[in-house]
Design a protein around this ligand. Structure first.
Ligand code: DP6
Length: 330
C-alpha cells in the first residue's frame, strides 16, 4: 500500500465538513469503523492549515495549535496518529506539528475533521509515503472518523465497510456540482460537555440506535439521489430526519446527552416556518447546540439576515461547498 518518497517538511490544507447523513457509533472504536455510512459536504470558507516537520533532534512529537504549544490529550491524540504513519514508513523521527484554523476555534464548529484530514496529508508526505486518495481517507479516519470525508472533493460519502481496508470516503459530486450554502448559526461557542468520541461510545446504549442504523441505507440512498438531482425538497426532508434521529439517540443514551439549548429549538422552528412560506432551507445539528442551515446559494443572504434576528443567536458564518484536502507547494 505504501511507497517511500523523499522526507522533509510539508504543509496541507483541508476543510471541515457538515454531515447530511451522520456518523454516530462505531462497530470498532480503535479502528473507527462506523456503525453506518455517512454523507457530507466540505465547507469551502473554513480551513485548517497544518505543517509537519521531521526533526531528528526531537525526543518526542510537538504540537502547536493556533500558535499555542499543546500538551495532554490533544498531543497524545496527534502522537498516536503519527505513530501509525511512522510504522507505515518505517521511521523513528519525531515531528513538529503546527496547525492553524482560520475559523474561530470557539465557534463550536468541529475542527477534528479538517485537522486530521490536513494532518494525514502533511504527515504522509513528510514521512515519505505516497498515498492514493483512498488510502489517505483511510488514514485520516484513524484520527477522527469524520476526517475521512474531508479528504475527497465536494460532496463525499464514507462507505462504512467491514474492515480497515474498505472503510473510506469518496467524492460523489464535485464542489461545483450544486451551489449549496451552509449558514452556520452559532448559539453557544463554549466547550461542549461531551465530545464526539465519548458520544460514539454511548450510541449502542440507546434502544433506538439499532433502528437508526438499520434504516441508514435508505437515508443514504435518498440523500445521494437528492444531491445527484439537485432536489432541495428531498434533501431537506432526509437531512432533517437524519439529524433528528441522531439527537434521538443522544437523548436516549445511558447516560443521556442533551446538546440543544432554547435558541436551538427557536432556529429549528424558524427554519420550518420559512420553508412553509416557500423559502428553501433545512436544518442539521451535530454534537452541539449550533444549527447548520443548509440552503441554495441564492437564498443564503436572506436566511442569514433572518437568523441574525433570532434572540440567542451569537453569530452566523456562511460557507459554500469546499474542495479536497491538498498539499501546499512552496
Ligand atoms: C455528530 O468524527 O468527530 O459530527 O471519530 O471520535 O473524532 P471521532 O468523532 P467525529 O464524529 C462526528 C459526529 C457528528 C456526525 C458526523 O460528522 O458525521
Amino acid at each position: 500500500m505504501f511507497q517511500k518518497a523523499s522526507v522533509s517538511s510539508f504543509t496541507a490544507i483541508a476543510h471541515p465538513n457538515i454531515a447530511f447523513i451522520k456518523y454516530w457509533g462505531n462497530r470498532d472504536d480503535a479502528l473507527r469503523l462506523p456503525a453506518n455510512g455517512s454523507i457530507s459536504m466540505n465547507l469551502a470558507e473554513l480551513t485548517t492549515q497544518t505543517s509537519v516537520s521531521l526533526d531528528p533532534d526531537l525526543q518526542r512529537d510537538k504540537l502547536v495549535l493556533n500558535g499555542q504549544p499543546e500538551q495532554g490529550a490533544a498531543l497524545t491524540r496527534v502522537s498516536t496518529f503519527l505513530e501509525l504513519v511512522r510504522n507505515a514508513a518505517g521511521s523513528r523521527s519525531f515531528a513538529l506539528v503546527e496547525s492553524r484554523n482560520d475559523f474561530p476555534t470557539g465557534a463550536g464548529i468541529a475542527s477534528s475533521a479538517s485537522a486530521f484530514a490536513a494532518l494525514a496529508l502533511a504527515a504522509s508526505a513528510a514521512y515519505g509515503l505516497e498515498l492514493s486518495e483512498k488510502d489517505l481517507s483511510r488514514l485520516a479516519r484513524r484520527g477522527s472518523g469524520s476526517a475521512c470525508r474531508s479528504v475527497p472533493d465536494g460532496f463525499t460519502e464514507w462507505q462504512a465497510g467491514t474492515s480497515d481496508q474498505d472503510s473510506f470516503a469518496t467524492s460523489i459530486a464535485p464542489a461545483d456540482h450544486w451551489q449549496l450554502m451552509d449558514v452556520i448559526t452559532v448559539i453557544h461557542s463554549g466547550e461542549k460537555k461531551a465530545g464526539s468520541t465519548e458520544g460514539h461510545h454511548l450510541a449502542a446504549t440507546s434502544p433506538v440506535q439499532a433502528a437508526r442504523v438499520a434504516d441508514a441505507p435508505r437515508r443514504l440512498d435518498d440523500c445521494r439521489q437528492a444531491i445527484f438531482a439537485k432536489d432541495f425538497e428531498r434533501l431537506a426532508f432526509v437531512i432533517e430526519q437524519d439529524s433528528n434521529l441522531l439527537h434521538a439517540i443522544m437523548m436516549t443514551s445511558h447516560p443521556a446527552l442533551y446538546y440543544w439549548r432554547g435558541a436551538t429549538m427557536e432556529v429549528i422552528n424558524s427554519v420550518r416556518g420559512w420553508r412553509e412560506q416557500g423559502i428553501p432551507c433545512a436544518f442539521t445539528i451535530d454534537a452541539g447546540p449550533n444549527v447548520h442551515v443548509v440552503c441554495p446559494a441564492d437564498t443564503a443572504e436572506r436566511v442569514e439576515n433572518q437568523l441574525r434576528e433570532i434572540p440567542g443567536v451569537e453569530s452566523v458564518l456562511v460557507s459554500g461547498v469546499g474542495g479536497a484536502a491538498r498539499l501546499l507547494v512552496d
